[in-house]
Ligand binder design. Sequence first.
Ligand code: HEC
Ligand code: HEC
Ligand code: HEC
Ligand code: HEC
Ligand code: HEC
Ligand code: HEC
Length: 428
Amino acid sequence: MHNNMSHFSLKSLFGAVFLFFAFSFGLKAQDGAKIFKQNCAVCHSLTDQKLTGPGLAGVASRVPKPEDEWLTAWIKNNNKVIASGDAYAKALVAANGGVDAMSEFEFLSDDDLKALVAYIKAPPAPKADAAKTPVAGDASGEEEEKGGIDPLYLLLGAIVILAIVLSALRSVRHSLQNSYNRREGKAESEELTFGQEVKQWIGGHRRLVGVFVILIGFGGMKSCWDACYDLGVYYDWETQKGYHPEQPIKFSHKLHAGDNEIACQYCHNSVEKSRHAGIPSVNVCMNCHKGIQTGPQYGEKEIAKIYEASGFDPKTGNYTNPQNPIKWIKVHTLPDHVYFNHSQHVVVGKQECATCHGDVKKMTTVEQKNPLTMKWCIECHRKTEVAMEGNAYYDRMHKALKEKYKGQYDVKFTVDKIGGLECAKCHY
Ligand code: HEC
Ligand code: HEC
Ligand code: HEC
Ligand code: HEC
Ligand code: HEC
Ligand code: HEC
């Protein structure tokens, strides 16, 4: 009889486990929708409607077989498919104006591609106005994405159902036990409290309980993670915003970059060539301070420290003294696991120093003006448009977009749409 019992609860447990898998798959389908919105919806509808690219309704049945492979290869790099001499691809381009206007999506992972292909093969039933909002990332789009049932509710539902099943089983078991006892002439057993019953049950099903707890743990973590990611709330409480240490020499950006209009790149000369802006070596200071030996505010005192560092003897004009490098205190720091590249932002992205560092030209001591958190990076990537004008890499895509939406939509091609929200782009 006891065995029968555990059979029963086993079933309900498997039911709960099944629910978990169901919601994991639910998430996958959602990922596909998201990727589509972010990367494809500017050019494709999921209906028959043609935008820049053909409408994707029924696309799986018209492309060469095996369709999953073809679609994956096409999305990843359609140039390659066309170059391989694929007859369907050639006809497709010819039918769409003769120029291959679709961008490549090499940055999508295999999992992304899988979810994406699954999604375009079987998208959820379109809402009435879905075709009218091809511009991804707008408010209405966000809402639509979250249309599914929150996995957290499924989880809570599963727990409630489990509790109900358990308590029902408990009373069934109690009355069965009693009728058994009566037949055997034993005394009726005392009814255990729910707590005792649960304890007993857990004791007998350690392994199952373990699996269940782990699943709940992962489910909960995943939901929290996704929620945090969407809100972008990571680590704002650890921000170093406002940090402005005293430096070993009273070097003033206001005096140099402001009043004397020395270009940032004169001193931070790797900012356009590498990921680091770089702090100038003392030799750079000496280009000017060999001659400029007194300053407006501190006289000879602070400039003397430059000589001390470089081994320069102002009396003889020779570098005869021992050198003693300046130990500048770093103001902005990202953790080691974050990859940030100055030249990508300043040259390719055309971002001003001041957007991230504030008006350094007015600072006597440099101050960190922005939080430098993940949220900060991501918020900018979500709202800043990629500078596509005059950038060969984006030119073709841009032309196609501009032509298509001339005067119709305010098309925003923001950094997140070229993969600026992918973990691996910013993390080692
Ligand atoms: C810049 C516009 C643009 C973007 C962005 C774009 N496509 Fe395309 N797509 C096209 C065009 C145009 C074609 C037609 C072939 C050609 O000219 O390259 C096409 C063709 C296709 C086809 C074949 C359609 C058919 O009828 O056989 C599929 C599938 C496809 N795209 C999927 C995607 C997916 C998935 C994404 C997002 C990852 C995407 N496209 C992003 C413009 C775009
Ligand atoms: C004459 C040389 C010189 C010029 C010109 C100059 N800087 Fe600097 N910069 C330095 C030195 C030296 C430091 C290190 C000491 C400090 O933090 O004040 C520094 C530090 C910085 C820092 C902080 C680095 C850290 O530790 O995180 C930023 C940001 C910065 N500069 C931005 C700029 C910008 C923007 C401009 C142009 C508006 C500029 N700098 C012009 C020499 C220069
Ligand atoms: C391109 C020329 C140039 C370079 C390079 C340069 N300076 Fe200067 N520096 C000046 C000028 C101009 C003044 C102001 C002189 C004046 O107004 O009398 C000055 C003044 C100063 C003063 C005096 C401040 C005061 O108020 O007394 C200090 C300290 C100083 N610089 C430090 C540095 C350091 C450190 C570096 C290297 C990181 C550096 N400078 C690089 C041109 C330069
Ligand atoms: C998109 C934001 C952004 C822009 C634009 C930007 N910076 Fe930075 N900068 C940062 C971040 C983030 C760090 C911290 C990097 C780290 O710790 O690895 C930093 C660090 C620095 C440093 C410290 C030394 C170093 O290389 O880490 C200097 C100096 C600096 N920036 C100067 C500049 C100058 C000059 C410009 C304009 C030509 C500029 N930055 C443009 C975000 C930016
Ligand atoms: C002021 C806005 C702004 C901020 C703040 C900013 N970025 Fe960016 N970021 C851009 C722009 C614009 C581009 C697009 C450059 C291009 O066209 O390749 C970009 C591109 C990137 C890329 C390349 C993305 C890709 O798909 O190739 C990485 C990686 C990146 N940023 C990392 C960071 C990190 C890390 C931070 C925070 C420490 C940060 N960014 C903060 C504007 C910003
Ligand atoms: C645009 C750049 C960017 C992207 C995209 C990004 N991160 Fe971050 N992440 C950062 C920065 C910058 C920090 C450091 C924040 C700080 O130190 O306050 C950070 C911090 C973290 C931390 C905290 C580590 C610590 O210091 O304790 C984790 C974990 C993390 N990111 C995970 C992720 C995951 C997972 C993804 C993808 C879903 C992701 N990040 C995408 C820029 C990014």
